[in-house]
Ligand binder design. Structure first.
Ligand code: APR
Length: 173
């Protein structure tokens, strides 16, 4: 039975096989969690990202983690929230689906997600957390080797929301 939990912290410190980056379509860095990951990983991460040719919204690409504790960074591009009229929910679901697919391909056993799209991209956190937890819970059935998923929330408020959703779906460690 996989363990799914939510913690408060900085995703760049997580001792897991892969961390997920809330990137943009250029994959060339930015602010928020993207900026934190690039700062911690070092310039080699940007050098590798520069060879990837960007990434469409909803898709994901994997790189090494370089100076991060994590072996891999899975860069995924969440949707910008436009009020829910532009398939934002489907795009966000695809971010989690594609990140797990790549993690499985790399033999990842433990993976950490940030709250994708809920910062600069303004996706409502309540809706996003339900999509995140629901999609991960559903897709993990296909990937038995993935034993642990951690939702790393930056704020206490976000942590409370994720923990409530996990409790409701009664999926936790
Ligand atoms: N660890 C964990 N979570 C973090 C960290 C961190 N070090 N830093 C920020 N966060 C949280 C934010 O508080 C928010 O809850 O990550 C969540 C996602 O916020 P953003 O990083 O703004 O990502 P997103 O909303 O997906 O917007 C992506 O922002 O940084 C740019 O290049 C990025 O253009 C892209 C856009």
């Amino acid at each position: 039975m996989p363990c799914i939990e939510a913690i408060q912290g900085d995703i760049t410190n997580q001792e897991v096989d892969a961390i997920v980056n809330a990137a943009n379509t250029t994959l060339l860095g930015g602010g928020g969690v993207d900026g934190a990951i690039h700062r911690k990983a070092g310039s080699e991460l940007l050098a590798e990202c520069s060879t990837l040719g960007g990434c469409p919204t909803g898709q994901a690409k994997v790189t090494r983690g370089y100076n991060l504790p994590a072996k891999y960074v899975i860069h995924t591009v969440g949707p910008v929230w436009h009020g829910g009229t532009k398939n934002e929910e489907s795009r966000l679901r695809e971010c989690y689906e594609n990140s797990l697919r790549l993690a499985d391909e790399k033999g990842v056993k433990a993976i950490a997600f940030p709250s994708i799209s809920t910062g600069v991209y303004r996706f409502p956190i309540e809706k996003a957390s339900r999509i995140a937890v629901g999609t991960v819970r559903e897709r993990l059935k296909q990937y038995p080797q993935i034993e642990k998923v951690v939702f790393v929330c930056f704020s206490e408020a976000d942590l409370g929301i994720y923990r409530k959703v996990l409790e409701e779906s009664r999926v936790n460690c």
